[in-house]
Design a protein around this ligand. Structure first.
Ligand code: NAP
Length: 578
């Protein structure tokens, strides 16, 4: 299928047009599109099957927090017509089944090598090719290197002393075993109360047969109800009739999600009007509760008003006032951290077997053979679950040893934080594309919508390269600098940069502080990408076989200035904090 060449040591090296790293949403769709161009493509995936994040994060309670009907591929009518999501927010197993279904429908697996990790990638300046190193073994050569590595695929092991000394069961939500885990009769501890932590806590709380559940919380997060429920078949049928229009709305929305309810500012509302508006949103649930408030992350007073509404809702649901207060977020803005979509999380704490420990006041010191020790207490546990998050946005890329032009390492290029042009390309790293990479809407959007847009845009660029006979394309350092500043400026104009969060790298010791996503809006970002193409791929340098370079402009002409096209925090677009 692929041609074979010999490397310097005389070993055979497979030659591809494109290598894709990862078989999650990005890698699967990228493979499908590049096949359509007639290229020889190979995907490498560390897991044993497709699904990416949904392959690894199989902990009890894992489910999407964007409605499944919106958290799906839109590109294939055949696929969305034949797949029926059972619930508003599908559980992990169903999402994994969906990924497998897509792989079957598109016959993807024949070009995916599973159980294989890409460990290195080195750009050969002379041949204009990437030499890719694999684990367990092998080296391949490719013209294009597509990183579908995901924003949340490099889990963090928390820096807690004596982790290895714990003699009970130690589990990580991000690397959950494929065999069934029993909680029966067990004293279970969960560390972490982000999206993963609250889902696993809710699920264990509903299992009924555990002996004790201790939740170790460092920071309480704002949450809104998901109101998860099964889909009625007649609802699905009617919904699908309007799917093309729905997808169009999603693509042209600020977050990649279709919001329900009145979109606008709440600043001028009287208390009665404000509460009525919030109550109506609360009844709908999901991302729409907060994303419709256009002044949420730009006005501190509005933000606090919404925060207090959310705290009041916790007090209504949690019986013990001390626990309710501990669960009430303080000290950070609504929307700066990921707002949790919960389905019964707060009620879990009304079970007398469930307790909440404030590890900000009494920090975890170490694990012991029989449990966990904080500075002031010891907790006897049979099982400890870490839901402690990821090296978001950049972690999976930087865990691969990537070396661009002139032997420059990506880790050196990004020593002060990620620098990209459009969140997709990196100066000095020709023909390397990061799908939904840092500096694109990615982890602050409905990522599957962002992935489709990126894959389509990258495919068009590759097609252009092939038609014009170019050997390589590379973003200019000028355009990269401009884009990186724009990403920082847009985030910096809001409250979301004012707190230490995973979105600026604050959860990883030593990680440079840079806002990791473009928060100008999925809709605005799409327009920007289109305009870059219309301007002859401004900011990109193309190289021909003869070594000659062409470029319409090394500079990016900047964000559109048309009236009505503003960042998502501008007056004309809804605010999105997904
Ligand atoms: P996360 O949001 O980063 O949460 C990690 C949690 O672990 C935080 O509560 C953190 O506390 C805590 N933690 C970390 N180290 C700790 C330590 N040494 N001691 C005590 N607590 C510690 O990670 P996540 O929950 O895995 O979510 C990451 C992202 O994945 C989300 O933003 C979301 O986009 C995605 N996700 C989505 C879904 C879904 O429903 N679709 C589900 C899961 C995840 P601090 O906050 O104090 O640092």
């Amino acid at each position: 299928m692929c041609s074979v060449d010999k490397n310097k040591r005389g070993r055979s090296v497979d030659i591809y047009d494109a290598v894709i790293v990862g078989a999650g949403w990005s890698g699967m769709y990228m493979l499908h599109r590049l096949r359509g161009l007639g290229l020889k493509v190979q995907v490498y995936e560390a897991g044993a099957d497709v699904g990416g994040t949904w392959y690894w994060n199989r902990y009890p309670g894992a489910r999407c927090d964007v409605p499944s009907l919106n958290y799906s591929y839109s590109f294939s009518e055949d696929i969305w017509k034949s797949w029926n999501w059972s619930e508003r927010y599908a559980a992990q197993q169903e999402i994994e089944d969906y990924a497998k279904f897509v792989a079957d429908q598109l016959d993807l697996r024949r070009d995916i090598q599973f159980n294989t990790t890409v460990t290195s990638a080195r750009f050969d300046d002379i041949g204009n090719r990437w030499i890719v190193g694999l684990d367990p073994s092998g080296t391949v050569s490719t013209k294009y290197l597509m990183m579908g590595t995901g924003g949340y695929s490099a889990p963090i092991t928390p820096r807690i002393a004596d982790i290895g000394k714990f003699e009970g069961e130690l589990l990580y939500t991000a690397r959950w075993p494929r065999t069934k885990v029993s909680f029966q009769g067990k004293r279970v501890g969960v560390v972490g109360t982000g999206s993963s932590g609250i889902q696993v806590v809710t699920a264990i709380g509903q299992e009924k047969d555990f002996e004790k559940l201790v939740v170790f919380q460092r920071t309480a997060n704002f949450a809104v109800p998901g109101h998860n429920h099964p889909h009625d078949p007649s609802y699905l049928e009617a919904f699908k009739r309007g799917y093309p229009e729905f997808w169009q709305q999603a693509r042209t929305s600020a977050s990649g999600t279709v919001l329900q309810g009145e979109i606008g500012p709440v600043k001028g509302l009287s208390d009665e009007e404000f509460v009525a508006r919030m109550d109506a949103a609360w009844a709908r649930g999901g991302q729409s509760v907060l994303n419709v408030i256009t002044d949420l992350v730009v006005d501190p007073e509005v933000n606090e008003r919404v925060a207090e509404y959310l705290r009041k809702r916790i007090r209504e649901r949690v019986k013990d006032p001390y626990t309710a207060e501990l669960l009430s977020p303080r000290g950070h803005y609504v929307g700066a951290r990921r707002v949790l979509i919960e389905n019964g999380y707060f009620e879990t704490f009304n079970d007398p077997r469930v307790s909440l420990v404030d590890v900000r006041a009494d920090p975890i010191e170490r694990l012991t053979p029989g449990g966990l020790a904080t500075r002031g207490n010891r907790y006897d546990l049979d099982m400890i679950i870490f839901a402690t998050g990821f090296d978001s946005g950049t972690g999976a890329l930087l865990r691969i040893d990537i070396e661009g032009r002139g032997h420059e390492r990506l880790s050196a290029h990004w020593a002060n934080g990620p620098r990209t042009y459009l969140g997709a390309t990196i100066a000095g790293f020709p023909n390397l594309f990061v799908i939904a990479g840092p500096g694109s809407p990615s982890i602050r959007s409905n990522v599957i919508v962002s992935i489709e847009q990126h894959v389509n845009w990258i495919t068009d660029l590759v097609q252009h390269m092939e038609e014009e006979g170019f050997e390589y394309v590379e973003s200019s350092s000028e355009a990269e600098q401009q884009w990186t500043e724009h990403v920082a400026n847009v985030a910096g104009s809001t409250l979301i940069v004012k707190n230490d969060t995973q979105y600026i790298g604050a959860n990883v010791p030593g990680k440079p502080r840079t806002y990791l996503a473009y928060v100008g809006g999925v809709n605005l970002y799409r327009v920007i990408c289109e305009r870059v193409v219309e301007a002859g791929y401004e900011g990109f340098v193309f190289g021909g076989a003869d070594g000659a370079e062409t470029c319409s402009s090394r500079e990016w002409s900047g964000p559109p200035t048309d009236p009505g096209l503003r960042t998502r925090f501008g007056a004309s677009l809804e605010t999105t904090i997904i």
